[in-house]
Design a protein around this ligand. Structure first.
Ligand code: NDP
Ligand code: OXD
Length: 306
């Protein structure tokens, strides 16, 4: 079995070493133009020429959960595109989102500012029963985040494409369910895949429908958000703030207004990192399953876009 590695900005050697241990029978290579045909590819942002030169691929494994960039390539019909299924990302996402939500709920930024002025000033506590958190996306990551947030007893809402039932979450789905979902949410956490249906979903209209004091946590993709609309809603006071991990342009340019906005927290796309060992173990397991002719989880539906 031949396996080729083609991941932009990722030093290949540690991956190859892990893959050698997990799949000793595989012949491994780092992809280069003109390379001989492989059976499987492990990819992140591969060039179109790589796909074109590897018509014999049985499956292409992304080393991330979101495959929006990969679906921008011309992929041969029938090629399985497989995304990472948690692989250690869900617990990281739960940590990040709980931290962002609680930081806002407990006014920790205000206390940090007060400490800088040596100011002892207790603030009025927020009311938990009014601090509803809405999760856009209830998939692998969204459902794990919901489970973690439940421990803090916030009212939880969720929105997905198909109907869902999650303990402790008021679930809505589809275009018809979006209005009620937004109207019931104060904090909005975005964990949707980027597709033609979800691009620019976070805009003046949708964000403007959140409950008073609305707050955005975007941990999915920058292109979900209309950045100028967020700035306008913060300016008008309709939104209280935002925590943003993903951006239309990454790295976020130094002159971008988000960097120094007093009510925006920026992190550099780190809310859930790809963990090499967990990812290698998952990909190796799936390759073995495919070799045995079994079906695997995480195969992307190109029509749905995730
Ligand atoms: P999943 O595919 O498991 O879940 C996606 C969820 O979104 C599902 O609940 C799905 O609904 C819902 N959804 C998709 N399209 C629509 C739509 N049009 N309307 C309503 N709901 C919709 O993905 P993951 O949870 O694994 O990952 C989510 C995203 O998180 C990734 O696509 C990626 O962009 C981002 N991500 C960001 C990271 C970071 O570090 N910032 C790290 C990892 C991922 P249904 O359940 O009905 O199918
Ligand atoms: C992913 C990401 O999709 O890192 O896995 O954003």
């Amino acid at each position: 079995m031949k396996l080729t590695f083609c991941c932009a900005n990722t030093p290949p050697e540690p991956w190859l070493e892990g893959l050698r241990a997990a799949l000793p029978e595989a012949e491994l290579s780092v992809w280069e133009s003109g390379a001989p045909p492989a059976d499987y590819a492990i990819v992140w942002s591969p060039p179109q020429v790589m796909v074109d030169q590897q018509p014999g691929l049985q499956a292409m494994f992304a080393i991330g959960a979101g495959v929006d960039k990969l679906l921008g390539l011309r992929l041969p019909p029938g090629l399985k595109l497989v995304r990472l299924d948690d692989a250690g990302m869900a617990v990281q996402m739960a940590e990040y989102v709980c931290h962002a939500v609680i930081r806002h709920f407990r006014d920790f930024d205000a206390y940090a500012a007060a400490q800088r002025d040596a100011c002892w000033a207790q603030r009025e506590p927020r009311r938990r029963e009014q601090f509803s958190v809405g999760l856009l996306g209830l998939g692998v990551l969204g459902s794990r985040v919901a489970q973690a947030l439940r421990a803090f007893e916030f009212p939880l809402l969720g929105w997905s494409r198909s109907p869902k039932a999650l303990d402790g979450v008021q679930c809505h789905h589809g275009a018809d369910g979006l209005n009620d979902f937004l109207a019931g949410s104060q904090v909005l956490v975005n964990l949707l895949p980027l597709t033609t249906e979800t691009e620019k979903l976070l805009n003046r209209d949708t964000l403007g429908r959140l409950r008073p004091g609305g707050y955005l946590v975007n941990v999915a993709r920058g292109a979900h958000l209309v950045e100028a609309d967020l700035l306008a809603l913060l300016e008008s006071g309709q939104l209280a703030g935002a925590t943003l991990d993903v951006f239309r342009t990454e790295p976020l340019p130094p002159e971008h207004p988000f960097w120094h906005h007093p009510r925006i927290t920026v992190t550099p796309h780190v809310s859930a990192r790809t963990l090499r060992d967990e990812s290698i173990a998952q990909i190796a397991r799936k390759i073995r399953a495919l070799q045995r002719g079994e079906s695997i989880a995480g195969v992307v539906d190109p029509v749905r876009g995730y």
